[in-house]
Design a protein around this ligand. Structure first.
Ligand SMILES: Nc1nc2c(c(=O)[nH]1)N[C@H]1C(S)=C(S)[C@@H](COP(=O)(O)O)O[C@H]1N2
Ligand SMILES: [Mo]
Length: 202
């Protein structure tokens, strides 16, 4: 064996003259694939609600009007699906989790995200904070299409896209980590695309 290790850097390609760098094993998607584990739930915005539940059982709830009344941001971010497509510089509009967490008192270290339809996904609470996550309701200047998670989805672009729960309903804050839907059946618990944490043991 050669003493020199062969490292696999992220794929480098050219797009519009500018060099882009993708996480290892990813390819560039030009379209916007739809990946859903079940049927698309249709949630009327007049019945929509979002709640954050703390480890002590305290509930903070927002109606659709409440969400739209909060200051919003327009993140432009790269997204990376575990099935290997990436999409660069996607444009969203939504509310930062920092804003939603402002009045929430919690000693929790973990979050379990719940979607309409039953999907769940888990992540450390700190990965939702400090400008890293949003509840988004617009994509590319239009209302978020139901297939892509409308009326509102979570956006956590620094982790594989399965963590970005579509049709978000609530976030449960927990003292102990609890695996979500894909994490329970063998996906990586954390899912850092730059470390290629696709499956348990990666
Ligand atoms: N509620 C819910 N959220 C979900 C999923 C899902 O099946 N249900 N799939 C996840 C996966 S695996 C990916 S890659 C992205 C896909 O989002 P898109 O369909 O908008 O591309 O949503 C994530 N969020
Ligand atoms: Mo995915």
């Amino acid at each position: 064996m050669s003493a020199m290790a062969i490292v696999t850097p992220g794929f480098r390609g050219r797009r519009g003259g500018a060099e882009v760098k993708l996480p290892p094993g990813q390819y560039l998607a030009e379209d916007f694939p739809v990946l859903s584990a079940g049927p698309t739930p249709r949630i009327r915005t007049d019945r929509w609600e979002f709640l954050i539940t703390t480890e002590t059982g305290q509930k903070h709830t927002w109606s659709w009007a409440d969400l739209l009344a909060l200051p919003s941001q327009t993140p432009t971010v790269d997204i990376h699906c575990v099935t290997k497509w990436s999409k660069l510089r996607t444009n969203w509009q939504g509310v930062s989790l920092d804003t939603l967490m402002e009045d929430v008192e919690s000693a929790a270290d973990y979050a379990l995200v719940h979607s309409y339809g039953g999907y769940t996904t888990n992540l450390p609470l700190e990965d939702l904070l400090d400008g890293q996550a949003w509840v988004v309701y617009q994509y590319d200047g239009d209302d978020l299409h139901p297939e892509h998670g409308g009326p509102a989805r979570l956006l956590v672009p620094h982790l594989y896209f399965w963590k970005s729960a579509k049709w978000i309903h609530g976030i449960e804050l927990l003292l102990e980590d609890e695996p979500g839907f894909w994490e329970t059946v063998g996906y990586h618990n954390y899912g850092d695309p730059w470390l290629e944490q696709r499956y348990r043991g990666d």
